[in-house]
Design a binder for this molecule. Structure first.
Ligand SMILES: Cc1cc2nc3c(=O)[nH]c(=O)nc-3n(C[C@H](O)[C@H](O)[C@H](O)COP(=O)(O)OP(=O)(O)OC[C@H]3O[C@@H](n4cnc5c(N)ncnc54)[C@H](O)[C@@H]3O)c2cc1C
Ligand SMILES: *[C@@H]1O[C@H](CO)[C@@H](O)[C@H](O)[C@H]1NC(C)=O
Ligand SMILES: *[C@@H]1O[C@H](CO)[C@@H](O)[C@H](O)[C@H]1NC(C)=O
Ligand SMILES: *[C@@H]1O[C@H](CO)[C@@H](O)[C@H](O)[C@H]1NC(C)=O
Ligand SMILES: *[C@@H]1O[C@H](CO)[C@@H](O)[C@H](O)[C@H]1NC(C)=O
Ligand SMILES: *[C@@H]1O[C@H](CO)[C@@H](O)[C@H](O)[C@H]1NC(C)=O
Length: 521
């Protein structure tokens, strides 16, 4: 199937370049397969393609390994026959929506345009548990939330006074908020590991106690970058969209926003699905991209939108090897893993936080069996992150289910909780097309690394994706804005018949280097 498609595609490209006048007046290299190869058909790749198209450049080709566009936007049909639902294995929330007529999150704009159903995500109540069942510690959540806000404020002061970045965990220590027991630890996990990117001011209103959100990070993350990342999305004073999140519940899948958008401008010959890239050879004169079946594609420009995890792992060979400033930038971020474990039961359960003796052991439970989401579905998902995600990825489904049910039964000691009727989770870290869920900045955060992650190599090789976004890394809207930016810059370059690209810095220096200390015994 794929080969047939690709053959047709290549002959089209050869025809197009050989016989049709080029879109660019400065084009002296019309023998290539495309002016621009866009590697990866996720949000960043599709939006970059749309940007080129809008600027009048249609000589591009999206090369995507999977059989559809959307990248990490992936749905799954889940549940017993008669009670099946489209659930989201990847992104689920539009994070930061719109305040009044202010700037709207571009993901919300796409959802509105394509009538993709999304719903303000506000749980009426949250119940707290430990390994002996129900345990009241809800008030600690308010404390934990206020502490998280405080870390953001103190981060702002550190930026003002040019103090070095530290980890979020250090930040909690500095403001005197180190958790003293497992309940405080569970609440801090909720804010930091689970809700970290989420600055919900409306939560100060106890009635709106818990908005579910999805992105997580860890205490190892950068204090300053975390505060910025939250502020730029959720704090309107800092240019953020709003302090709320909407859950996508469209039964066509959240990916519809990007697939429907692509359908408006993308011609069949502008996309090659089921095409896995193995190497990217580049020079000042252009690039040659090789696929698993040996097919080669040539172009003047290449925009690589593969995830940070893919770049870190070395799944794709760069020839020549990437310069050291780029390698350093790639390894300077962390590709985090976030896992949603879906269960379906005969009955409904509430949103809950669970405190185990082991940190991060099945701590956050969310019900989708809610009047605003999928009433009557019996759907629940429990979230794990970081090392715990990696741990369960290495286990059999049945063993993970047994552990999850052990926790669930501990939460409801006086009820006979039956086994779920359906169970599913996706192993994001093990997937060679993603190798994790999204990127995070560890401390110390050095903006030069972000500049270099985004910078062009040899005027030919460009990079975009959520990971290259300084302000919105991790988010769908980060991927969107990066696609928009890279597409715009490449378009200018094509029009001008070449350009220097996005500049890098040769060495990334610490804000405050260590003073020389003589070591005397
Ligand atoms: C579990 C999970 C939950 C999330 N929750 C949210 C959320 O609620 N809200 C939010 O805003 N964001 C969320 N995110 C983050 C969001 O999904 C990403 O920011 C966004 O989808 C990244 O888009 P991208 O275009 O940068 O990368 P990708 O979507 O990764 O696109 C890159 C593309 O490259 C392709 N590719 C990789 N290797 C190759 C190869 N060798 N050859 C050819 N093609 C290749 C991939 O198949 C992919 O299609 C979540 C992510 C995950 C995984
Ligand atoms: C995603 O949702 C669509 C629409 O409901 C469905 O056709 C498709 O099978 C789903 N994908 C998976 C992998 O379940
Ligand atoms: C946005 O709303 C404000 C206050 O409601 C109003 O003053 C302003 O004119 C509006 N701006 C636009 C562009 O509609
Ligand atoms: C479970 O039952 C025991 C004994 O009847 C009771 O003491 C305990 O409070 C109950 N626990 C919950 C969570 O209802
Ligand atoms: C984040 O926003 C808060 C509240 O507006 C502000 O006090 C703080 O300085 C901001 N932090 C950073 C790092 O910009
Ligand atoms: C790429 O650019 C660097 C300078 O930035 C140069 O030293 C190198 O020779 C170039 N490589 C190729 C293959 O053009």
């Amino acid at each position: 199937m794929r080969q047939v498609h690709l053959t047709v595609l290549l002959s089209f490209a050869a025809f197009a370049t050989a016989f049709l006048p080029s879109a660019s007046q400065h084009d002296h290299r019309s023998t290539k397969d495309a002016k621009v190869l866009i590697l990866g058909g996720g949000v960043a790749g599709v939006i970059a393609a749309r940007t080129l198209h809008r600027k009048g450049i249609d000589d591009f080709l999206i090369v995507e390994a999977r059989d559809e566009l959307g990248g990490r936007m992936q749905n799954y049909t889940f549940g017993v026959p008669g009670k099946q639902y489209t659930i989201e294995l990847g992104p689920n929330w539009i994070q930061g929506t719109q305040t009044g007529n202010g700037t709207a999150n571009p993901i919300l704009v796409l959802a509105r345009k394509h009538h993709v159903k999304n719903q303000y995500n506000n749980y009426d109540s949250i119940t707290t548990y430990d390994y002996n069942g129900f345990k009241e510690y809800r008030h600690l959540l308010d404390t934990s939330y206020n502490q998280f806000v405080q870390t953001g404020v103190v981060a702002g002061e550190r930026v003002e006074t040019q103090q070095v970045d530290l980890s979020l965990q250090s930040a909690y220590g500095i403001i005197g908020a180190t958790p003293k027991n497992l309940y405080e630890a569970a609440c801090q996990y909720y804010e930091v590991d689970w809700e970290c990117k989420y600055f919900l001011l409306s939560r100060l209103d106890p009635a709106n106690h818990c908005d579910g959100t999805s992105i997580s990070c860890t205490g190892q993350n950068s204090w300053i970058a975390t505060a910025w990342n939250n502020n730029f999305t959720f704090d309107t004073d800092m240019g953020g969209f709003s302090d709320t999140n909407n859950l996508c519940i469209d039964q066509r899948g959240f990916k519809t926003i990007i697939q429907a958008e692509a359908a408006e401008f993308l011609q069949p010959q502008q996309v090659s699905l089921n095409s896995v890239v193995t190497s990217i050879e580049y020079s000042d004169d252009g690039a040659t991209v090789t696929l698993t079946d040996g097919t080669t594609l040539t172009s003047d420009y290449v925009l690589c939108t593969f995830s940070l995890g893919v770049l870190q792992y070395g799944d794709v060979a760069f020839k020549p090897a990437l310069p050291s400033w780029k390698m350093e930038a790639i390894q300077s971020l962390v590709m985090a893993t976030y896992t949603k474990i879906f269960l379906q039961f005969e009955e409904n359960f509430l949103m809950a936080i669970y405190a185990d003796k082991e940190r991060g052991r099945y701590p956050i439970w969310q019900s989708l069996d809610h009047v605003k989401f999928f009433p009557g579905s019996g759907l629940v998902f429990v979230t794990v992150t970081g090392d715990f995600s990696l741990r369960i990825e290495a286990m059999e489904d049945s063993d993970v289910q047994a552990e999850v049910m052990e926790v669930f039964r501990a939460m409801y000691p006086n009820i006979t909780v039956p086994d779920p009727v359906a169970f599913h989770f996706k192993r994001w870290n093990a997937d060679p097309l993603f190798r994790g869920s999204y990127s995070n900045w560890p401390a110390s955060f050095l903006p030069g690394h972000s500049t270099n992650l985004r910078a062009t190599v040899n005027q030919t090789l460009w990079f975009a994706g959520e990971g290259t976004s300084l302000k919105y890394y991790g988010f769908l809207h980060g991927a969107y804005y990066e696609g928009l930016h890279a597409g715009g810059e490449i378009a200018k370059c094509v029009e001008d018949g070449g350009c220097a690209g996005l500049q890098h810095v040769n060495t990334v220096l610490d804000a405050s280097p260590y003073p020389f200390v003589s070591i005397t015994p």
